[in-house]
Write a protein that binds this ligand. Structure first.
Ligand code: KG4
Ligand code: ZN
Length: 338
């Protein structure tokens, strides 16, 4: 089954064609990052307008790259939640029109379920059940993936997402938006013990996390240094910050693995590209005898191939939509999807 998948929830317009949820025939992305960088973050209306301009051409490009015509498509999948609402609406409306014109099924896909499904593209052998650490710009959670469309959230951030914190700290350090990758790069030569930054303590749910205290501490440290004219060791600050984020995530992940008994662990989302988090997760899983799945960096960030992968399994589960499909700014990955 060949699914044309559309993703437009933030600042990347993307169209992919994926076969049977596992094989990427083509994966086209038009990034708006350079445009939003001028403003230091995503400007929602500009994002929507750029999606409108890009999406048709991108779909045509995807078909021609795959040597296919519209008639070769068996279904259309689309990110319908969560995201910048104006941006998601563009993709949803385009996908609806395409599905209607082709007379093919329309499959709504939750963006975060898509991030998890990026692992199916990278690892042919991976099948649920497994545990997944989801770390993106807007979400941070530990998910028990019981089946392709059945999952449970064990723990989540109670305030900021890890990606938001990376971006905020990077921005204050003068790094261009989105700063997570630049901060990661700067941390390579740093001493991760040089700056003492807080790690949130477990609350009533041991798997829940908090990052706002860490973010505030890092920002205060930077502002204080500016005020007193102290020169910061940026590389070491980035390394210390990355270590604190990882130390917040990994022990909870370890506990969740021990508690659930899962022997497979996957990571998902843009922040899963972070070198410190990847190294620490790998090490912890190795000590527990847990097999780790980490998609390549290209599949960690937003893309449409992951929507095509999850779309296949949503389709098999009977999760299709009619022409009344709407878009949602927020929605949980669990429970009824529409
Ligand atoms: O999953 P994603 O592409 O978009 C959302 O669904 O939010 O994640 C984007 C986030 C941004 O905050 C970006 O700075 C962060 O992922 N990111 C990183 C790295 N690469 C991307 N954060 C830390 N280290 C990285 N290497
Ligand atoms: Zn994403």
């Amino acid at each position: 089954m060949r699914i044309l998948a559309v993703e437009s929830s933030c600042d990347e317009t993307a169209v992919a064609i994926v076969e049977d949820g596992r094989r990427v025939l083509t994966d086209c992305i038009a990034s708006q990052v350079d445009l939003h960088r001028i403003y230091g973050g995503v400007v929602p209306e500009i994002a929507s307008r750029k999606h409108i301009e890009a999406i048709y051409k991108l779909a045509e490009q995807a078909l021609s790259d795959a040597n296919m015509t519209r008639g070769d498509i068996d279904a259309v999948a689309v990110t319908y939640a969560p995201g910048l609402i104006g941006a998601v609406l563009v993709g949803v409306n385009f996908a609806k029109a395409l599905a209607l014109a082709l007379g093919k099924p329309l499959i709504p896909v939750h963006h975060i379920r898509g991030h998890i499904a990026a692992n199916y593209l990278a690892f042919e052998e991976l099948k649920p059940p497994f545990l997944c650490l989801v770390v993106s710009g807007g979400h941070t959670m530990i998910v028990d993936v019981q089946d392709y469309t059945k999952m449970e959230i064990l723990g989540t951030t109670l305030d900021d997402a890890a990606g938001e914190c990376f971006d905020k700290v990077a921005r204050v350090l003068g790094m261009p938006y989105p700063g997570g990758a630049a901060l990661d790069k700067a941390s390579q030569d740093g001493d991760d013990t040089k700056y003492a930054l807080p790690r949130s303590k477990p609350g009533s749910n041991p798997y829940d996390m908090s990052f706002s205290g860490l973010k505030t501490a890092a920002l205060n440290l930077i502002h204080h240094a500016e005020q007193v004219g102290e020169e910061l060791d940026i590389n070491s600050l980035c390394a210390s910050f990355s270590a604190a984020v990882s130390d917040t995530l990994v022990p909870r992940l370890v506990q969740a693995l021990q508690q659930t008994g899962h022997k497979k662990l996957a990571v998902a989302g843009g922040v899963a590209a972070n070198s410190r988090i990847r190294a620490d997760v790998l090490q912890a899983a190795k000590e527990l005898g847990v097999q780790t799945f980490m998609p390549p960096l290209s599949l960690c960030g937003d893309n449409a191939a992951m929507i095509g992968a999850q779309g296949y399994y949503e389709y098999l589960a009977g999760h299709t939509a009619d022409m009344s499909l709407n878009a949602y700014a927020t929605k949980s990955i669990i429970g009824e999807q529409l």
